[in-house]
Design a protein around this ligand. Structure first.
Ligand SMILES: Nc1nc2c(ncn2[C@@H]2O[C@H](COP(=O)(O)OP(=O)(O)OP(=O)(O)O)[C@@H](O)[C@H]2O)c(=O)[nH]1
Ligand SMILES: [Mg+2]
Length: 261
């Protein structure tokens, strides 16, 4: 039988990085996925405006709760600048080929579910979709909840390199934000996780952090943002533009659990 020849020329030039969101219900995962994949003038109204573009189903739209895995992309050119759609269409089958074809890097964001009821779906996202990185989302005003710990525990067991985004800076009084950061730091540094949390404050820290994430060092960058005022969002997007696929790619390609220590 004649061997089928597949021309990979086009896709080989483009890097794809997969990031999965995780964290407690209402922490702002879908909203963050919405803001990262939109243009730089997008902001949330605090009542769920940005998550609408991320939801798959009408019932999610109605109750505001993610119950399925949704897929969004953010693309960057070779200079790290976001590639935006030229068309005014909102349809993914129109927008995606357009931006992917003009990009050097595609970051694919899988928005997972926060509610315990949908933990199986979130587990599938963290295992079957082989994310290169996990984005743990924590509401600054709500702090670390049981499901936050649960998701961090699962991701650490699966050896998924993590970064954390603390949202809702606009809502959290200073002492509450400080208490959330202290608890987060304690959990990440604890004996189970044994990681090194790092509070990100400026752009010049990003290249080194992205490289450390790629090399599976223990460093966990922590970003603090508001999806309403956009505080910290540009810094986070810049970090996204620097992320590279890591060796979890090998697991996806041959379906085996490599010894990723
Ligand atoms: N004030 C304020 N509200 C925010 C911020 N981020 C998200 N929200 C609001 O918080 C609510 C919950 O956000 P979601 O993005 O649906 O949270 P989620 O983590 O995806 O929730 P689940 O899908 O149920 O797990 C929405 O009403 C958002 O508008 C923020 O930074 N500031
Ligand atoms: Mg959601």
């Amino acid at each position: 039988m004649k061997e089928m020849v597949i021309d990979h020329k086009d896709t080989d030039q483009r890097k794809t990085v997969r990031v999965a969101s995780m964290g407690n219900v209402d922490s702002g995962k879908s909203t963050l996925v919405g803001i990262i994949t939109s243009s730089d003038d997008a902001a949330d109204d605090g009542r769920g405006s940005l998550r609408k573009k991320v939801f798959n189903y009408a019932h999610e739209m109605e109750n505001g709760r993610t119950s399925s895995i949704s897929y969004e992309i953010v693309c960057f050119d070779k200079n790290g600048k976001q590639v935006l759609p030229e068309s005014k269409s909102k349809k993914k089958n129109v927008i995606w080929p357009d931006i992917v074809n003009r990009s050097a890097k595609v970051v694919s964001l899988n928005d997972l579910c926060g509610h315990e009821k949908y933990l199986k779906t979130t587990m599938y996202g963290l295992t079957g979709l082989f994310p290169h990185y996990g984005m743990v989302v924590v509401g600054a005003n709500m702090g670390i909840q049981r499901m936050t710990r649960e998701h961090i525990g699962i991701a650490v067991s699966l050896k998924i390199p993590l970064f954390v985004v603390v949202t809702k800076l606009d809502l959290a009084p200073e002492p509450v934000y400080i208490a959330t950061m202290e608890k987060l730091t304690k959990i990440l540094k604890g004996t189970f996780c044994n990681l090194l949390p790092f509070n990100v404050t400026s752009e010049d820290q990003l290249p080194d952090l992205a490289e450390k994430m790629h090399d599976r060092s223990k460093v966990v960058p922590i970003f603090s943002v508001s999806n309403v005022t956009r505080q910290g969002i540009d810094l986070l997007k810049k970090f996204y533009s620097l992320l590279e696929p890591n060796d979890r790619e090998l697991m996806r390609q041959d379906g085996t659990a490599h010894n990723l220590s």
